[in-house]
Design a protein around this ligand. Structure first.
Ligand SMILES: Nc1ncnc2c1ncn2[C@@H]1O[C@H](COP(=O)(O)OP(=O)(O)OP(=O)(O)O)[C@@H](O)[C@H]1O
Ligand SMILES: [Mg+2]
Length: 307
């Protein structure tokens, strides 16, 4: 395989006006986004939104109907040998290599990338992904979670600069999920740029520098994760009172009971401002409980309420 150094001055991935149709079905429509060098970018969306279709075009498993995709500035169609050597890909579906051992599979994949005797890297990955004790087991003898880990090792064996993870933690237990996401953060620290899809929005919120929310093949919202959460969610503020008040009028009041008032505030509004507007005697307030909105709230708003 041809070896050229990626130009890190380029975006790790540029997807421009991508359209993907399967016959009459339009799965992806005019999608444009980039993964910047060194960031974790989350592609989020409900089942069938088009996430895997986009990734399939990036790794040339599928041909784009329209638009262009570049990896570190190189076109994935016309320079696919180069872009494949720069890209690691963990598919959504677990691929079974039945009769081969973990170590054999990794050696085989290394050979494919022109890296024979890549044992240091292979053994590092087996260790790092907790597969060392299973290295000589046949793949069919591995549990589902171990197979997932092997797929990640396979994607990393040729030291890619861009890693595409299509639901890497689907169906794995919470402990493994946490350790896989820790590993993803380490890869980011090593300078690898990462595109991931996941339905675990709490983890996406923690991990992703930026996210795009897809709905029916189109990007409806995109931006820094924190900004999306701030712009699209409300804070729930509950004032617990030590005596009952006469019915109160306030545009942000959503509930009043004998001993509590409930408000929904825009995420950017402070509780101090609310209290000032209410001009309540602080002696009436025995507690203030705040629940911040999260990425799941933002996602629900965009996808279900279609804003
Ligand atoms: N090979 C294919 N042939 C025909 N239609 C396809 C093919 N692959 C995907 N589709 C259709 O394209 C649309 C997008 O599917 P895709 O797999 O990209 O969604 P996704 O966002 O990855 O969903 P999920 O969260 O379920 O993995 C769906 O309507 C799906 O049925
Ligand atoms: Mg998918």
């Amino acid at each position: 395989m041809e070896k050229r150094r990626p130009n890190l001055a380029h975006q790790a991935l540029q997807v421009e006006n991508l359209v993907k149709e399967y016959g009459k079905l339009r799965a992806v429509y005019d999608v444009t986004f980039e993964v910047r060098s060194g960031e974790i970018f989350g592609l989020l969306g409900p089942n069938g939104a088009g996430k895997t279709s986009i990734i399939s075009v990036i790794v040339t498993l599928e041909k784009a109907t329209g638009g262009q995709v570049k990896v570190f500035g190189h076109d994935v169609e016309t320079e696919s040998r180069l872009t494949k050597s720069l890209t690691g890909f963990v598919p959504q579906e677990v691929i079974n290599h039945g009769f081969f051992s973990c170590r054999e599979v990794l050696a085989f994949i290394s050979g494919f990338y022109g890296r024979r005797s890549n044992w240091d890297r292979i053994d590092y990955l087996l260790n790092r992904l907790g597969l060392w004790d299973h290295r000589n087991k046949k793949v069919k003898e591995l549990s589902g979670g171990m197979k997932r880990r092997l797929m990640i090792a396979k994607a990393l064996v040729h030291e890619p600069k861009l890693l595409l993870l299509d639901e890497p933690t689907a169906g794995v237990d919470i402990e493994l999920r946490t350790s896989l996401w820790q590993f993803v953060l380490e890869l980011k620290r090593e300078g690898i740029s990462i595109l991931l899809t996941t339905h675990y929005l709490e983890e996406a919120e923690e991990l992703c520098d930026r996210v795009a929310i897809l709905r029916q093949g189109e990007i409806c919202r995109m931006g820094p994760t924190k900004d999306l959460v701030r712009d699209l969610t409300m804070r729930s503020v509950r004032l617990v009172l030590n005596q009952s008040l006469a019915p109160l009028q306030h545009p942000l009041l959503v509930g009043q009971a004998a001993s509590c008032l409930e408000f929904q505030l825009p995420a950017a509004m402070g509780v101090g401002q609310l209290l000032a507007e209410l001009s309540l005697d602080p002696r009436y307030i025995s507690d203030i409980q705040i629940v911040e909105g999260d990425l799941e709230d933002a996602f629900r708003l965009v996808v279900r309420d279609q804003i």
